[in-house]
Design a binder for this molecule. Structure first.
Ligand code: 4NP
Length: 157
């Protein structure tokens, strides 16, 4: 069986995309479909490579019964563009960086790249498609719920 591979991407890979990775894994596990997916996350920036998620991301996930503490931040790699079916950005700036890399790589097989919140049933406009940095806007609980409801909606497709 061919697995569907999904890579979540943010800037640092310590706040938002580790949550998306953990929440998505939890959602598909609850559906009994975990073995159908390869799920990872990465960052467009290099500052936090090798580090665990931000303590507040670990804490909010734990409050919802999800353990993301063993994740380690990594940089978005060229191979990711060949190995993943979906590259899902947390915000528009991440998506711009992803698309720039995609164009420069000119791969034969391109992943589908989009902003997660395009699927947010509570987005306020077509421009309202970014998951904010929870440290500055939205808070970790708000960002958790935003990611969760967007992923639930995407999984319905
Ligand atoms: P993230 O948040 O992209 O959701 O992981 C950030 C974490 C760290 C930095 C930027 C964003 N940083 O500049 O170090």
């Amino acid at each position: 069986m061919n697995k569907t591979s999904v890579l979540f991407v943010c800037l640092g890979n310590i706040c938002r995309s580790p949550l998306a990775e953990g929440i998505f894994r939890d959602l598909v596990e609850k559906k009994g479909e975990a073995d159908k997916y390869i799920i990872e996350s990465s960052g467009t920036g290099t500052w936090h490579i090798g580090q665990p998620p931000h303590p507040e991301s670990i804490q909010i996930a734990k409050e919802y019964g999800i353990d993301i503490s063993s994740q380690k931040a990594r940089h978005l790699a060229d191979e990711d563009f060949f190995n993943f079916d979906y590259i899902i950005a947390m915000d528009q700036s991440n998506l711009n960086d992803i698309n720039d890399r995609l164009i420069s790589l000119k791969g034969e097989k391109a992943p589908e790249c989009f902003c997660l919140r395009q699927h947010d049933p509570e987005k306020k406009s077509e421009q309202d498609i970014s998951v904010p940095d929870p440290y500055y806007e939205g808070g970790f609980d708000g960002v958790f719920k935003m990611i969760e409801r967007s992923l639930e909606e995407w999984l319905k497709i």
